[in-house]
Structures are given as C-alpha cells and as structure tokens.
Design a protein around this ligand. Structure first.
Ligand SMILES: [Zn+2]
Length: 546
C-alpha cells in the first residue's frame, strides 16, 4: 500500500476542484460581513429570509466561479485564486472593522494613502483576520499538486464550467427574484459588500475613468482674474483653513453638548452649521470644493480644470499652500506650496507627523519670501489640516490638549468602547479649536485687514450603526459624514473696508449651503473677480454693502 503523508497528497487535484473549493470559501467565509448585514435587515427574516440568503449565496458563487472559469489555466490558476482570496480577506477586514464598503472612491483613497497613514491602519486584529481568511487558504492552495490537462481538455472543462456557473447564478437569482430586486433597490450598499468582486469592479471603474477624461491636460480657468476691491479698501491677508474629517455636530459653537470649542466661542466668528460636503473622502471632496463647477458639474466634467488656488494666483495675489496632510490632491500644484513633513519642526513634529499648529510656525517669514509685487495686492495662505484624520485620532493631538478622557488609543476603533472613540475624536476638535484661535490671534497682530475662512472636506462616522471613519458612497453615507463646519472670522478693519456684516452672515447659520459655494465665496473674500465667479454662490456677497 502506498503511504500518503499529511498535507502532501500524492494524487494531484483537478483544477476545477480547486476553483470550486476556493469559491466556497470566498462565498461562505470572506463574505461574512455581507451575510451579517443581510441578517440584520428586517425584511430578510424567517424561512423566506433564509431561502433568500441561500439563493443569493448561490448567485454570488455562480458569478464568482464563472469568472474563475475564464482564468482557469495551468500556470495562471494559483496566482488568480491567491488574488481572489487575499482581496476578499482584506475587503472583509475593512468592512468588519470600519463598516466601510468598497467602491471606486475607496480604491482612489487607498492609492493616494501615504505610508504614514497606512501604518495608522495596521494592527493585530488586521493580521489575524487576513491570516485566517486569506493567508491560511493560500498556504493550503500552494501545497496542492494540480493535475495537468491537455489544452483541449482544459478549454472544454473551462467552457462547460463557465456555462454551468452562469446557469447556477441565473437560476438562483430567478428563484429569489422578487426579494432580490426589492432588497437590492432598498439597500444599494449590499452590492459593495460582495467580496472580492466589489474590489475588482471598483478597480475597473478607476482604471476606466482616465479613458473617459484626458488626465494629461489641465484646462486653465480664471485667466481674466483680477483684484476688484471696493474704493478705499487696502490689500488683505486671508487665511483659508482646509479642515479635515470635521463633523459640524461635534463643534460646541454649533450646539454640541460638549464644549469642544471654548476659544472660538470667545471670538467674533460666524459658524454655519448646515453645510454639505461634495464627497465623503478627501480625494473626492478636495478637488471638487476647489473647482468652479460645483458637485454636479465636477462629477460630470469631461476634462480637468485649474482650481480656485490658480485663479487667485492669476489675479496676481501672493498665494501660498501649506500642507500638513498627505498632499493637496493636485489643487495646489501650480502655486508655491510647502509640506510640513519636509519642514519637520521638532517642537511640533514627531515620527514624520506634525500637529497642525506647525503651520503657523515662521509664517511671517514664509510670507515674506513670496514676491513683493504680489504681496502688495494681498496675501492668501491655504492651510491644509491634519485635523481629525482617523483612525488614529489620538495621534493628532498633543498630550496637553487631551481634555476628554479616557480616549481610545488604538487604531482598531471597534476594540475601544464607543465613548472612548468619541472622546479621542472630540479631542481632535478641541485641538482644531485651539489651532483656529491661534490663527485668529496671528491675524490680529498682522497689519492691514485680515480674515479667516475655515471649511472641512467631509465628516466622520464614530460608531453610529457600527460605522466608523468615512468614504461611504455619497448616496448611502450617513449625514455625519457629509455635514461640515464652515467658520468665518474677519478683523474689524476688514469688515469696515469691505462692508461685511457678520450679523447678516449669522442669519444664514441654518441655511442649507454646500461645497458648491466655496469657490465663489473664497474669491469674494479675496476680492477677486473672474468670468467663473458667480455672486449668487458667494455666501458673503449678499452680506457685503460695498
Ligand atoms: Zn479628508
């Protein structure tokens, strides 16, 4: 009798058996987040709900296996199965841990994440889940000898298995069609939960996008831009703070039950609290808010355009972009810009990351280095905050500013109690309060009229309905990911010279506004006009008497 050793089968496996086993693993285990969410839907319950789940599982299995049948070739099989297993495992980890789903904008976020941010995401839980769902089956897979088939046999087998898989999918979905149609219509997010097809589909969308749009060209805008200040007004210094991951509802000045913003509360500011973001992630919101097109126009654009920052530069102002984030996503590419990571000021920076107050360090000097003829027309400094970027909220705030305790000090947020996550997040808002107040103090000392505009790129989920972080597709994202704070401060001289009335602006605090207003409003505050400027979208224009 022939002896077989454990784990080293002497009989080679049929390639079809391997693809079937992997499909089974993917559908049953790597899609646990999908099955969990499905189980929580009220309309999926009882025997009918169970049958629906089984039908859907067979439908997904059929589709997955049909795809694998096309790729089931001798040397290709194991790498393809490995890719499927690992993609599905990482998808499952992120869904489980942060309640995110995988779509094209999530893939763009991943591609634009810098190594520092990525290390924020690493933790033991991740290694365990990736190990169990991904590495374990991959390890088993590569130990299996695969039976060699002739090309003709292989082609025949693949064709048959493709047809059979499609048949399984179609029949399963037909049997549950009524429930399938209504559940998918009412819970569109479910399709982003199907591992690993969601990742492949999203990557396909991202790859196809540049084909729809010429990425090599940036269309100029605002070439006629010029300074148009009222008579007697002198050139101003404007600081435009681009906030990060700030939810309007967590600002004390917006009515939050916690006093997260004691310093801003003492300043003569106007805080608008019904402002809606363009996207739910930095990569989608930032270029959109700096675009003249607005959300709809930006999403449908056929080419890329210059940004608000370029328009101010064309108008001859001294423009500077200071970045304390993972970059400005292209909006500051053509103006003087500096990254604080490069500056690495020891008092503010540690381990390649700096606290936001670093942006005020040596600011006078940095402005003085801009061309004198531009400074004579006015100065606009953009400050891109690290703000409340998660999941490592605790890293965003110096120890002395952590007022809300105990705070979650892990980046695996779901391992902390929810209140600790909220505490850690609120500490970042309190630190933003400090940073904005310091910015206002800096402006008060500067000669001439000065002003500050602060607006965040998107909000954040803090464990409501088990959702964390941000980046859900806009249509299904909860309001907390989309409602952002917009704060304005102007010196008395600025108010007087421009005829800006804060009381008028305060009347708009609950008016529905959006990122669509940003481009035009910042142009208004900078005193710049160009063909693209629309006064009806400038929130300051109707509150300005000059
Ligand atoms: Zn962001």
């Amino acid at each position: 009798m022939k002896r077989t050793f454990l784990n080293t089968p002497t009989t080679a496996r049929h390639p079809l058996l391997l693809s079937l086993l992997v499909t089974l693993w993917l559908v049953a285990l790597s899609n646990l987040p999908l099955w969990q969410q499905l189980g929580q839907l009220p309309e999926v319950s009882g025997l009918r709900g169970l049958l629906f789940g089984v039908g859907l599982a067979f439908g997904i299995a059929g589709l997955t296996h049909a795809l694998l049948s096309l790729l089931n070739w001798q040397w290709l099989l194991k790498p393809v199965l490995t890719l499927f297993l690992l993609s599905a495992a990482s998808g499952a980890y992120f869904m489980w841990s942060y309640g995110i789903v995988i779509d094209a904008s999530m893939i763009v976020n991943v591609m634009q994440t810098d190594p520092r941010e990525a290390s924020d995401l690493l933790n033991w839980r991740m290694l365990v889940i990736l190990g169990l769902l991904g590495v374990l089956p991959v390890w088993w897979l590569w130990r299996q000898p695969v039976r060699e088939l002739s090309w003709a046999r292989r082609l025949g087998t693949n064709a048959l298995s493709f047809v059979a898989s499609i048949a399984v999918m179609v029949i399963s979905l037909m049997l549950i069609y009524q429930d399938f149609a209504s559940v998918m219509r009412n819970h569109t997010q479910l399709r982003y939960l199907i591992n690993p097809l969601n990742s492949f589909y999203a990557i396909g969308r991202v790859v196809a996008q540049p084909l729809e749009r010429d990425q090599s060209k940036v269309e100029p805008i605002g070439q006629d831009a010029q300074l148009a200040l009222p008579a007697g007004a002198s050139p101003a210094t404007l600081i435009v703070v681009v906030g990060e991951t700030a939810r309007a509802g967590n600002f004390g000045i917006n009515g939050y039950e916690r006093n997260t913003t004691p310093r801003l509360a003492r300043e003569d500011i106007v805080s608008l609290r019904n402002v809606w973001s363009c996207g739910t992630s930095t990569a989608t919101s930032l270029p959109c808010m700096f675009s003249h097109l607005g959300k709809d126009g930006y999403e449908k654009r056929s080419s890329n355009h210059e940004s608000l920052v370029d328009v101010l530069q064309h108008a001859g102002l001294a423009v500077l972009w200071i970045d304390n984030q993972s970059g400005c996503k292209g909006v500051c590419a053509r103006v003087p810009n500096v990254s604080t990571t490069v500056l690495n000021v020891p008092a503010y920076c540690e381990g390649g990351e700096c606290h936001d107050a670093v942006m005020l360090h040596d600011l006078d000097k940095r402005i003085a280095e801009l061309p004198a003829e531009r400074r004579a027309k006015g100065v606009v400094v953009f400050m891109h905050q690290m703000g409340s970027h998660g999941p490592a909220y605790h890293k965003r705030v110096p120890a002395a500013f952590k007022r809300f305790q105990p705070e979650c000090a892990s980046n695996a947020l779901q391992e902390c109690e929810r209140q600790q996550v909220v505490n850690a997040y609120d500490n970042t808002i309190a630190y933003t309060d400090h940073f904005l107040a310091e910015t206002i103090d800096w402006l008060k000392k500067r000669p001439g009229p000065t002003a500050m505009v602060y607006l965040a790129d998107h909000g954040e989920s803090l464990g409501e309905n088990n959702l964390y972080l941000h980046g859900l597709p806009y249509a299904i994202a909860p309001d907390v990911q989309k409602r952002v704070p917009w704060i304005t401060w102007a010196s008395p001289l600025f108010q007087q010279q421009r005829g800006l009335r804060p009381s008028c602006l305060k009347d708009k605090q609950d008016t529905a506004l959006s990122h669509d207003h940003y481009f035009h409003s910042v142009m208004g505050m900078a005193g710049v006009r160009a063909a693209e400027y629309r006064s009806e979208l400038d929130i300051y224009s109707s509150c300005t008497t000059k």
